[in-house]
Design a protein around this ligand. Structure first.
Ligand SMILES: [Zn+2]
Ligand SMILES: [Zn+2]
Length: 368
């Protein structure tokens, strides 16, 4: 094992990355050090790269928060993961942002994902030890206060990486929405990684209608393969009234359950107008951008339940890994993944995301 490791560092928003070398991190008691085997690019990385994330960030940064890491050092007492599975050197893990365990949200509300002292690695200054804050790097640090779970043997590292953000977020949102059954008319806004994972898992409940509203067309085709009964192509320049009418005619009375997974301007105002009376609407794709208008009277008069959902707890990561394993013959998870990049070509992966030519690029920091 080398005494140093490389990382793709962002020094100025929107600029290309510089590959820099830092001393290899050491595991704290209760923590782990991993080699990042595979990372994947998330929309949040792209927003952070452009300086458009509505969260506090400190340059210079190492972006990346989706990963599969192979354990190279186990700190004292860290030989078991967060769900009771033993961990050994060489095992692969995914891990969560760290929560403090001693704030109102952590303890009274039992929602550590809303911890007011939450530590989100990649948003921090990487010039200070342990340096390896993001996952577009050869090493990763699992802090003592971060949940972690072992990746099942049957789960490919790139699937696990995608599952460590997009799928765990979907797992939690589906939980918040409550049960979906065969009488439901479900609308998924967005056909990116969140929308596609949601479509796959929602299709298992066999709802009467499962409508995916998004684009481009190749993503809608994949959504149809993964269980969407109908798809509606979004033309961003078109009047949203057209697609709202289309959803109303497909569903009959609107969506009984809907998920906002698009993060596009105006998407929530549009989603509200697609809802049936008594509908349940979970909003999670919008993490920034300009405020958007929503017709509040529609929420009131249709009796909608609108819920925000953020990220996922470590149990959601575990359930995401189990779903990837269990349903791998039903859904070809590789279909979501893009080309493979290394630290030197990370900028190209970002550009592919912006151009929407790839759904989820893969980054192998060690170049293999
Ligand atoms: Zn993410
Ligand atoms: Zn807390």
């Amino acid at each position: 094992m080398s005494a140093t490791g490389r990382a793709a560092v962002l020094r100025d928003f929107g600029q290309d990355f510089t590959v820099e070398t830092f001393p290899r991190p050491r595991a704290d008691a209760g923590g782990l050090v991993v080699e990042i085997e595979t990372a994947t690019v998330c929309g949040s990385d792209v927003h952070a790269w452009k300086g458009q994330l509505s969260l506090d960030v400190s340059l210079p940064m190492i972006l990346g928060h989706e990963m599969a890491g192979r354990i190279v050092e186990i700190g004292d007492g860290a030989d078991v993961d967060s769900v009771g599975q033993p961990l050994e050197i060489g095992d692969r893990v995914v891990w969560a942002h760290a929560s403090c365990g001693r704030c109102h949200e952590c303890t009274v509300e039992q929602t550590p994902v809303l911890c007011s002292n939450r530590y989100i690695g990649y948003l921090n200054d990487c010039s200070v030890p342990p340096h390896f804050t993001g996952t577009f790097a050869e090493y990763g640090v699992v802090r003592p206060d971060a949940g972690r779970v072992r990746i099942p043997d049957g789960v490919d590292s790139a699937w696990a990486s995608a599952g460590s953000c997009a799928l765990r977020t979907v797992v939690k949102a589906l939980d918040l929405a409550g049960s979906v059954d065969r009488d439901d008319t479900v609308v998924v806004q967005g056909a990116g990684p969140l929308g596609l994972f949601a479509t796959a898992l929602l299709s298992l409940a066999d709802p009467r209608r499962l409508v995916v509203v998004g684009g481009p067309q190749d993503r809608l085709d994949l959504a149809a393969e993964w269980g969407a009964t109908h798809t509606v192509l979004v033309d961003p320049s078109a009047d949203p009234a057209g697609r709202i009418d289309e959803v109303m005619s497909i569903t009959g009375r609107g969506a009984s359950v809907a998920f906002e997974l698009a993060g596009a301007p105006g998407v929530v105002g549009e989603g509200v107008r697609m809802m049936a009376r008594n509908g349940r609407y979970v909003v999670l794709g919008t993490l920034g951008g300009a405020p958007q208008p929503v017709d509040v009277a529609t929420i009131v008069t249709r009796g909608l339940r609108v819920t925000g959902s953020m990220s996922g707890a470590i149990g959601d990561y575990h359930r995401a890994m189990l779903a990837l394993d269990r349903y791998q013959d039903r859904f070809d998870w590789d279909r979501m993944l893009g080309s493979t990049y290394d630290l030197d070509t990370l900028g190209d992966a970002m550009e592919a995301m912006v151009a929407m030519t790839e759904i989820k690029p893969i980054v192998r920091p060690a170049g293999r």
